[in-house]
Structure formats: structure tokens, C-alpha cells
Design a protein around this ligand. Structure first.
Ligand SMILES: O=C(O)c1ccccc1NCC(=O)[C@H](O)[C@H](O)COP(=O)(O)O
Length: 196
């Protein structure tokens, strides 16, 4: 499975994540997050990344104009969008995007459109909280276009073996403290995920 390391706040963590085999890096453009990074600081990191690593900007209830502007300034190739308040006009985005579904129950995973989704557990504070989505909710679902997030760590990845998820997304499970990644945890997580 592919791996996105979310909540990158500094160059050292970004390069260690890539060295460990990460496929994508996530930058949180949500000011209330302890992992928030400005577009300017993100761009300084992005400019030093090697090729073939996808940069993903995370947005919470923002307008399309804001998302377009920040992605352009920061060099984001994909926008990951939480849109609880219907603020984003998806037709007006000029950047590729993926919608986040913050699942509260199995019903939230039913009748999804034929598209890629990032499924995270619902938490009031929006994300990076280490809360898991119940795996049995995916039992009768085609997971081949789903990126799973929420409470993942190296020790629970083996539970995903039979689900065929497209990718996994992790933040707190590979941190030493909020906003700082742990090199060894990233290595172990990515190695295990790539084996699945
Ligand atoms: O990480 C944050 O602080 C954050 C803030 C606001 C919205 C989303 C946020 N993170 C979302 C992510 O993509 C996380 O990687 C995802 O929720 C998984 O987090 P974790 O359970 O800590 O692995």
C-alpha cells in the first residue's frame, strides 16, 4: 500500500519520510492545528524535495479561491478537503483534489460516488487525533479507491491485510510529539504498509 505522511512541519521530517519510502507528504493549512504550516514555510520545504513525491495540502472548510491560492503559493499538487460547511465550490478548483469523509457510522461509507476518497474517523477537532474508523464498516465495500486514515500505527497495519485499501494516511502514529515526526516510527510504519 502507498503511504502519505501527514502533518509535515519541517524539512528534516519531510526528508526522513521520503528516505523511509513515503509516497506523499501532507501539509496542514488549518490554522487551529498544532501541525499548521504557512504557505511560505511549506514552499521552502517543497522546493527542496526530490521528484516523484506528491505534495498534499489539507484544508478545512475553506473557499475554492483560498485553496487555489494556497496550493499555488505552496506548490501543492493535490488538495485534501474537509468541507463540512459547504464552503468549497469544487467546480472552481484548479487543483486536483480529494474529499475527506469523516465517518461517524457505516452509513457514511455507503453510496459513495465512483471516486477516490480519504476516509478518516470523525473527531470534533478535525484530525490527527489518533482515532480509528471501525474496520468492519468496510467489510462489504470495494476499498480499492479508499485512502484510510485515523489511528493507524505500525502495530495495527496488519489488520488491513484483507481490505485492499489504495493507501494509508498517518500523522500522530508516527510522531514523537504533535508536529514532530519520529524517524524510526516512520520507517517501521512505511515498511509494514508497503508489505501489504
Ligand atoms: O493533523 C491535523 O492536525 C489536522 C487538523 C485538521 C484537520 C485534519 C488534520 N489531520 C488530518 C490528517 O490527514 C491526518 O493524517 C489523519 O487525520 C490521520 O491522523 P492520525 O489519526 O493522527 O494518524
Amino acid at each position: 500500500m502507498r503511504v502519505k505522511i501527514c502533518g509535515i512541519t519541517n524539512l528534516e521530517d519531510a526528508l526522513e519520510a521520503i528516505k523511509a519510502g513515503a509516497n506523499a507528504l501532507g501539509f496542514v493549512f488549518y490554522e487551529k492545528s498544532p501541525r499548521y504550516i504557512s504557505a511560505l514555510e511549506a514552499k521552502k520545504i517543497v522546493d527542496k524535495l526530490p521528484p516523484f513525491i506528491q505534495t498534499v495540502g489539507l484544508f478545512v472548510n475553506e473557499s475554492s479561491k483560498h485553496i487555489n491560492d494556497i496550493c499555488f503559493l505552496a506548490g501543492m499538487q493535490l488538495a485534501q478537503i474537509i468541507d463540512d460547511e459547504d464552503k468549497t465550490e469544487f467546480d472552481n478548483l484548479n487543483v486536483k483534489y480529494i474529499e475527506v469523509i469523516r465517518a461517524k457510522s457505516k452509513e457514511d461509507l455507503e453510496n459513495l460516488e465512483e471516486s477516490y476518497y480519504l476516509i478518516d474517523a470523525f473527531v470534533e477537532e478535525f484530525g490527527g487525533a489518533g482515532k480509528r474508523v471501525a474496520l468492519e464498516w468496510f467489510d462489504k465495500i470495494d476499498c480499492s479507491k479508499i485512502i484510510l486514515a485515523g489511528g493507524l500505527k505500525a502495530s495495527n497495519l496488519k489488520e488491513l491485510k484483507n481490505y485492499n485499501f489504495f493507501a494509508v494516511d498517518v500523522s500522530s502514529g508516527v510522531e514523537s510529539s504533535k508536529g514532530k515526526k519520529d524517524k524510526e516510527k516512520m520507517k517501521e510504519f512505511i515498511q509494514k504498509a508497503h508489505e501489504i
